[in-house]
Design a protein around this ligand. Structure first.
Ligand code: SIN
Ligand code: CO
Length: 393
């Protein structure tokens, strides 16, 4: 079994999860010294560097040259020789979506389960040599910057900036103005939480500086409207139309307030029912990324063999890149979303599905109570057979 990191609550000995959400989440930055202590190595610099050679994985190299505003951005995949030709200082490589490829990094998401999984985007990990940095910038998402190895000085501004104002003609989007109000040196296990659009700038102090960015996802209004409308268009047909059997006498040239109200109702009925929206969101947020290959993890298993297999196992683990979520319905029913598909469940199977969706790594003792139920065995067999879950022995 790989080493696992544990975020110790209450943070800083005093902040509970409830308080974190109430006071800081999406509101203000929080430095959490010693949040994960000791910090285990969930990925080595060498393994991370190896990922930059893979053409299926998105990686970047950012080099700061001498003088002002001198930046180079190179996109992976790289050759091993790329790293031998680099200067001694001021470079960083960054790998996106590491959680979709490395089980121990995927399991790290369990430490952030005080935020719904569907609000998490991915884990990006950077490696920097002394003075390596990517410049002062803002991100559009909440981010937990976890110092995994070495030291990094973070400088931040304590107010978000809503307007983009970048230095022109650079390959990276850096802020034209940056006046830090706070600076801290982070050591392994320290975490800096930043809400969206808080300016920040992190500079490695010494070599072998690794920073894990646990980035959150917030669908843009454009993405939501586009997705919802496209889905509604697929489902609607020409026969459902605007109707006005209660039309009142009116001037023929006027578009009445009544007509506008009816139009609003027509749109509401087509797009805004709770069922329609939860179905769209459930499928959308569990839709697998295009770079994820779950079939490669699929282990065909008959329902009758599941209990025996799990008897000798440690945990059922959500495969890296696999996404599960559920929406509660009436009584004990749930809509269970598994990598873009829905299954309606009730009773014990619904409880089991919730166990599975609420953790990345589910210890087997949490599954044992369900192994006498036929529907539960069927559900587990199907999740293992499609590669949504894997057994950790
Ligand atoms: C880094 O890891 O160097 C940069 C991460 C960030 O600022 O989002
Ligand atoms: Co950033």
């Amino acid at each position: 079994m790989t080493a696992r990191a544990h975020l110790s609550w209450p943070l800083l000995g005093k902040i509970s999860q409830k308080e974190f959400l109430a006071k800081y989440w999406q509101k203000k930055p929080l430095l959490m010294k010693g949040a994960i202590h000791p910090f285990p190595e969930i990925i080595s610099p060498e393994e991370l560097a190896g990922m930059t050679l893979d053409k299926a994985i998105e990686s970047r190299l950012i080099i700061q040259g001498p003088g002002k505003n001198n930046w180079q951005l190179k996109r992976g995949p790289f050759k091993a020789s790329t790293f031998q030709k680099l200067p001694k200082k001021k470079w960083t490589f960054l790998v996106n979506g590491v959680d979709r490829f490395v089980p121990s990094v995927h399991a790290f998401l369990d430490e952030f389960s005080f935020i719904p999984f569907w609000r998490m985007d991915d884990i990006m990990i950077s490696y920097a040599v002394d003075q390596g940095n990517v410049g002062a910038h803002v991100d559009n998402f909440d981010v937990f910057l976890v110092q995994a190895a070495g030291k990094r000085e973070w400088m931040i501004e304590d107010k978000p900036v809503m307007q983009d104002d970048f230095i022109p003609d650079l390959p990276v989007r850096l802020l034209r103005k940056f006046k830090p109000t706070h600076r801290w040196v982070l050591e392994p296990g320290d975490i800096l939480y930043l809400p969206p659009r808080f300016p920040h700038h992190g500079v490695a102090q010494g070599d072998r500086c690794m920073t894990i960015s646990v980035g959150c996802r917030a669908p843009s209004v454009n993405e939501v409207i586009n997705g919802v409308v496209t889905n509604a268009l697929i489902q609607s047909d020409e026969s459902s139309r605007y109707t006005d059997p209660d039309l009142k006498p009116q001037a023929p040239g006027e578009i009445s307030a009544d007509a506008v109200a009816k139009l609003k109702k027509t749109i509401e009925q087509a797009l805004l029912s709770d069922d329609f929206l939860s179905e769209w969101l459930g499928r959308h947020v569990t839709d697998p990324y295009s770079d994820v290959d779950l079939k490669g993890h699929a282990e065909s298993i008959a329902p009758g063999k599941v209990a025996a297999t799990l008897k000798s196992a440690i945990a059922l683990v959500r495969t890296e890149g696999s996404r599960l979520a559920y929406v509660k319905g009436k009584k004990d029913e749930i809509a269970f979303y598994v990598n873009g598909d829905r299954e309606n469940l009730s009773g014990k199977a619904a409880l089991l599905a919730q166990e599975l969706a609420n953790r990345i790594v589910v210890p087997c003792e949490r599954i044992t109570p369900f192994l006498g139920d036929k529907k539960c065995l069927g559900l587990l067999a199907s999740l293992l057979s499609t590669g949504a879950l894997v057994v950790e022995s």
